[in-house]
Design a protein around this ligand. Structure first.
Ligand SMILES: [Zn+2]
Length: 401
């Protein structure tokens, strides 16, 4: 209030004839408020809070409470301070006590209830929190915030059906805070169904996931794996190849699955064509290295190295170079025993496996999770360029066409 009053003194309205009288009035009001013991107590409390001195902040706010005739904001502030300090029981007590006040308006009751719901969440009393947030979800003032809290509860409890219902309501009014999508929750249901060998249910959930989000890489990979495990190679290929248009950054994840499909069909020609395509369209070096292995098998080591060397010179990458050297060393006519041993060492140190990183918080992992274990964001973990610390960027997988 005081800051607003001061700003109002600086406005061009000052040119008006009543400026002097207004100045006197507001200056007096400002000085009076500053001198008010309640204002001083508030300021003291806020300063303690800003200095992270929560003990002193609680004492200051409790002092205000004793004298305050409008207790709502102060009660809520004190309750929140308790919660912040980890004293959730005291916070619950404070907010419950406030709700017993007979004169609270409907918006005030909603506000106090919301804080109580947050207390219950913090205490792990999700059932009680859910009851409160379900009621608040119907209100104008707290509808969005209540749905966001319900979404957290359902994810915590792995209640994916309710999480889907919640996200469908929420996405009409707000962007989900942690990248939540119905498609991810449907994939969770599909994975549960697969664990229980309910393959039809799993297929249905994955189909629904792709209807909800056409670019859901996770659903395509899960469906591809399901069909591959079932010996349905053609369907698996059709699904897995969708990843290319959904998000090519996941190609390092799907390539081994696609290779399996063609190898099990005995169709290595198609695989060779596909590897060419991946390298030409996306500049995908791993595809070029695999292609070199195939060239070695059909045309010999010289042809393989002739093909691979200019590619690696243009895109030096420790992992690809070590694979190329191993390729060379495998040819016994060229490589000595010692060279083969050195190449094996090099390959071991460059770690012949994918690494992943969350593009939201930077957390690094050795396997793909669809929800970041660190920041809890969905769909933010991507394969990294092997041998590098940074995620594969759109620009790094060159789009030639
Ligand atoms: Zn993260």
């Amino acid at each position: 209030m005081q800051a607003i009053d001061l700003i109002s003194l600086l406005l061009p309205v000052a040119a008006a004839s009543g400026w002097y009288a207004a100045k006197k009035h507001y200056t007096r009001k400002y000085l009076t408020e500053l001198a008010n013991p309640m204002t001083q107590a508030y300021r003291r409390g806020i300063n303690y809070l800003l200095d992270e001195k929560t003990d002193k902040a609680i004492a200051a706010v409790a002092h205000i409470l004793e004298q305050d005739s409008e207790p709502l904001e102060t009660h809520i502030a004190l309750g929140n301070l308790f919660r912040r300090r980890g004293e959730v029981e005291k916070a619950i007590e404070m907010h419950k006590k406030l709700l017993q006040e007979p004169d609270l308006s409907v918006p005030q009751k909603e506000k106090a209830n919301y804080e109580l719901g947050i207390d219950y969440m913090r205490a792990g009393l999700f059932d009680r929190a859910e009851i409160i947030f379900k009621t608040l979800a119907q209100t104008n003032n707290h509808g969005k915030a209540a749905l966001q809290q319900m979404l957290l509860i359902y994810q915590q409890q792995k209640d994916w059906h309710n999480a889907i219902a919640c996200i469908l309501k929420l996405r009409r009014i707000a962007k989900p805070r942690h990248g939540e999508t119905a498609a991810h929750f449907l994939c969770e249901l599909a994975e549960e169904a697969m664990t229980l060998h309910r393959l039809k249910d799993a297929r249905d959930y994955l189909g629904q996931a792709l209807t909800d989000d056409h670019d859901c890489v996770r659903a395509s990979i899960a469906k591809g794996k399901l069909e591959l495990g079932n010996g349905e190679y053609r369907q698996a290929l059709e699904t897995l190849r969708q990843v290319e248009s959904q998000n090519p950054r996941y190609l390092p994840v799907v390539l081994p699955l696609i290779r399996q499909c063609w190898e099990r069909q005995g169709n290595t020609q198609e695989l060779t064509r596909y590897l060419h395509h991946l390298h030409e369209k996306f500049g995908f070096i791993s595809a070029a290295v695999e292609l070199a292995e195939r060239i070695r098998d059909t045309q010999g080591i010289d042809a393989a190295i002739d093909y691979l060397l200019p590619i690696l010179e243009a895109n030096p990458n420790p992992f690809s170079i070590s694979r190329a050297m191993a390729l060379l060393a495998e040819d016994r006519s060229l490589g000595s025993n010692k060279m083969r041993r050195l190449c094996a060492l090099l390959q071991a140190t460059t770690a012949d496996r994918l690494r992943f990183q969350c593009e939201h918080c930077g957390f690094s992992l050795s396997e793909l999770f669809w929800r970041c274990p660190s920041c809890q964001h969905w769909g933010s973990i991507l394969p990294t360029e092997i041998g590098s610390d940074s995620p594969v960027r759109e620009g790094e997988i060159q789009l030639v066409n």
